[in-house]
Design a protein around this ligand. Structure first.
Ligand SMILES: [Zn+2]
Length: 197
């Protein structure tokens, strides 16, 4: 009986841990391809997830190198939470849209505690509560150079509410968390797959 009780507890713990792991959001890039990256999240010491220098002080997202007008899609299926679409484009740091310029902020369709933003767009196509499937659409908008942006690129930022209202580095590495939020990222490596969860 004791052994049975022990194994039931073990089973309960395994099921609990599995449920927690199942809540992990996994993202694709917000494009149908994997672009180059100009800057990663600053770990607090001006280091990227590999403890290298591909970041700058206070940067909270991943900057994808995409030309203006690149079709931009959901990185994880879900609903639009917020948008902004009234910012001009320019090659300077404009605080329009809180510095994000034109953006789409999405709830990731996982457990309600994950959100992400795609920013500096030239055009926003969706409105609040619209649904978009990862990589297949409908399209969120087109990339651009609005807000605090000194050249066309896309700023992608993850928010995770388990630990309060904080942005979180989606990469796994020596200067980031142990778990990657990207589908296909190996520890300390760039994204190797653009599949959806
Ligand atoms: Zn950025």
């Amino acid at each position: 009986m004791k052994a049975l009780r022990f194994s039931l507890w073990s089973l309960a713990i395994v099921l609990f841990l599995t449920a927690c792991a199942g809540a992990q959001a996994r993202f694709s890039t917000p494009f149908t391809f994997i672009p180059g990256i100009s800057a990663n999240v600053d770990d607090g010491g001006v280091r990227d997830f590999r403890c290298g220098g591909r970041t700058y002080a206070g940067h909270c997202g991943t900057d994808f190198l995409v030309g203006r007008g690149t079709p931009t899609y959901a990185a994880a299926s879900g609903y639009v939470n917020r948008t902004n679409s009234n910012c001009p484009e320019g090659y300077y740091c404009d605080q329009c849209g809180g510095g994000f310029g034109n953006y789409v902020r999405m709830y990731a369709d996982i457990d309600g505690s994950w959100e992400y933003i795609v920013a500096h767009l030239s055009q926003v196509d969706l409105g609040v509560d619209d649904y978009s499937d990862c990589n297949t659409g409908p399209r969120l908008g087109l990339s651009g150079n609005s807000g605090c942006s000194t050249g066309p690129h896309c700023h992608f930022q993850v928010y995770h509410y388990y630990a309060g209202c904080q942005s979180d580095d989606p990469y796994a590495g020596d200067c980031a968390g142990p778990e990657s939020f990207w589908v296909g990222q190996e520890y300390n490596q760039d994204i190797s797959s653009n599949d959806c969860q």
